[in-house]
Design a protein around this ligand. Structure first.
Ligand SMILES: NC(=O)c1ccc[n+]([C@@H]2O[C@H](COP(=O)([O-])OP(=O)(O)OC[C@H]3O[C@@H](n4cnc5c(N)ncnc54)[C@H](OP(=O)(O)O)[C@@H]3O)[C@@H](O)[C@H]2O)c1
Length: 230
C-alpha cells in the first residue's frame, strides 16, 4: 500500500519505519520540509530529531501535508500534536482525504500547565469525533492512542495478552485497520472493537490514568489487559 504518516514525532517515526519495514511505500507529512530536515537535536527522551531520522531513513520522503495525503492510496496515519490535529487535515485538503481511512493516534493532551497534562476535549466529546465531524468523507478510526509508540508496532514487548482498542463509524475501515494492527503483531483476540467514533471518548480518557501510571511505574512500557468473566 501507499501510506501517508502525518507527524514527525516519535509516533510518526515509529509508525513510518515499521510500515516501510512491512514493504509499504511510505511518505511522512510535516509543516515545513526544509526546516524539519534541519533539526538535529534529540528530544528530552533521547528520540532523534526528524532531520537526523530522515537522514537515517532516506527511503521515507518528507513532504507537506497535502502531498502526503494525496500520495496515500487508502490509509493515512495521523500522529499529530493534538492541538494541530484538525489544522493539519485542513492543510492536507478535503479532496486528498475524501474516502480515505484516517488511523488516528492523536490524544487531546494539554501540557500548558505542566505534568500531568489535562484533556482539552472530554466527557461529551472527543478529538476523534471532532475530526470525523470536520471531515465527514474521511473514515476516522481511532486506535493505538493508549500505548506508547514502541508497543504500538511491537506488542510482544509486553509478554502475554494485552488489549488494544478500535473506534470508528465505518466497519470496512475498521476491518482494514485491524489488518494493519495484526501485521504489527497484535493478536485478533486482543483487538477490541468498541463501536462507533463516540467510543473514542473512552480511550482518550484513558490518558489521565495512563500518565499517572507512567509517573508511578517510571516506564511507559505497560498496557491494560481486559479480562472478562464468562
Ligand atoms: N509518544 C507516544 O508514544 C504516544 C502514544 C500514544 C499517543 N500519542 C499521541 O500521538 C500524537 C503524536 O505524538 P508524538 O509524541 O509523536 O509527537 P508530538 O510532539 O505530540 O507531535 C508532533 C507533530 O505535531 C506536528 N505539529 C503541527 N503543528 C504543531 C504545533 N502547532 N505545535 C506542535 N506540533 C505541531 C509536528 O509537526 P512538524 O513535523 O512540522 O514538527 C509534528 O509532526 C500526539 O497526539 C500524542 O498524544 C503519542
Amino acid at each position: 500500500m501507499k501510506i501517508a504518516v502525518l507527524g514527525t514525532g516519535s509516533v510518526g517515526q515509529t509508525l513510518a519505519g515499521r510500515l516501510a519495514g512491512l514493504s509499504h511505500e511510505v511518505v511522512m507529512g510535516t509543516r515545513n520540509v526544509a526546516e524539519s530536515l534541519s533539526r538535529t537535536t534529540p528530544d528530552a527522551w533521547g528520540n532523534p530529531a526528524i532531520g537526523t531520522w530522515a537522514t537515517q531513513n532516506p527511503h521515507i520522503k518528507l513532504v507537506n501535508y497535502s502531498e502526503a495525503a494525496a500520495f496515500s492510496d487508502g490509509i493515512i496515519v495521523h500522529a499529530m500534536n493534538g492541538f494541530a490535529a484538525i489544522e493539519s487535515l485542513k492543510q492536507a485538503g478535503e479532496a486528498n482525504l475524501s474516502g480515505k481511512i484516517l488511523l488516528d493516534i492523536t490524544n487531546p493532551l494539554d501540557f500548558s500547565k505542566g505534568f500531568p497534562p489535562s484533556l482539552f476535549v472530554s466527557n461529551t466529546d472527543s478529538l476523534g469525533e471532532q475530526i470525523q465531524a470536520a471531515f465527514p468523507t474521511l473514515k476516522v478510526v481511532k486506535t493505538l492512542n493508549t500505548v506508547t509508540n514502541p508497543i504500538m508496532v511491537n506488542p510482544s514487548i509486553i509478554p502475554g495478552d494485552h488489549t488494544i482498542f478500535v473506534s470508528g463509524n465505518d466497519a470496512d475501515a475498521k476491518a482494514q485497520v485491524v489488518e494493519v494492527l495484526k501485521s504489527f503483531g497484535w493478536a485478533a483476540h486482543n483487538i477490541l472493537d468498541l463501536g462507533d467514533i463516540t467510543t473514542a471518548r473512552g480511550t482518550e480518557q484513558i490518558l489521565p490514568i495512563w500518565v499517572r501510571l507512567y509517573g508511578v511505574l517510571q516506564t511507559p512500557m505497560f498496557n491494560f489487559h481486559l479480562k472478562v468473566a464468562h
